[in-house]
Design a protein around this ligand. Sequence first.
Ligand SMILES: [Ca+2]
Length: 191
Amino acid sequence: MRKTLALAALLVALAGCSMQTRYTLSVDVLSFLGDEVEGNVPSGAFEVYLPDDDDGDLTTPDLDGTLVEAGLGADRLEAARFELTATITNTGATPLDLSAEVYVGDADTTDLYHGSGTQIGSTSLKLAAGESGALTLVVELRQDDPGFDQVAAGNFRVGIKLRGSGDGFSYRLEGLKFALTTKRLGELLQP
Ligand SMILES: [Ca+2]
C-alpha cells in the first residue's frame, strides 16, 4: 500500500499572534517509511530510487517518490529546508563512487527523476573497499530557487536518486526531513 504523508491543516490562532510570526512545519519523512530505510544494492553501474515503497525491491524502480501533503496552499511558503543523512557501507572489494540527488515534483508526477521533477541538491561520496561513511545533504529553498514553486504548491513529491559505480554497497537512511516555513502572518493576511 502506497504511503502518504499527511499533515494536519495549518491552524492559526489569530489572538495573541504577532503579524511578524512565522510558522515552521517539520515533516519527518523517515517515520513514514518501512523496510526501505535500509537495503543492499548489488554490484555494477547502478541507479536506485528511494523511497522504494512500491514493493521494497530496488531492482524494480519506484519512480514517483513519496507524496507530501503539506496543506499549506500556494503563496504561503517562505522557505523550505530538506535534510538527508545516511550511512553508506561499501560492501564490495573495489572503490565505491556514489552520488545522491534529491528531486521534488508535482503531486501527480509519475516519474520524478527523468524530466518532470526538479533536482534541488546533490552530494557525492567515495569509499574504499569495506569502508563506511556518512552521506549528508542539506538544501534550503527560497523563492526563485529551482523546485520552490513545486514545494510551495502545498502537495508535492520528493525522492532520492543514488547512482554511481562500485562492487555493491548497503545503505541506511538515518534522517529524512522537510521543514516548511510560512511567510509572516501579516503577509499571509494581505489581500
Ligand atoms: Ca521497487
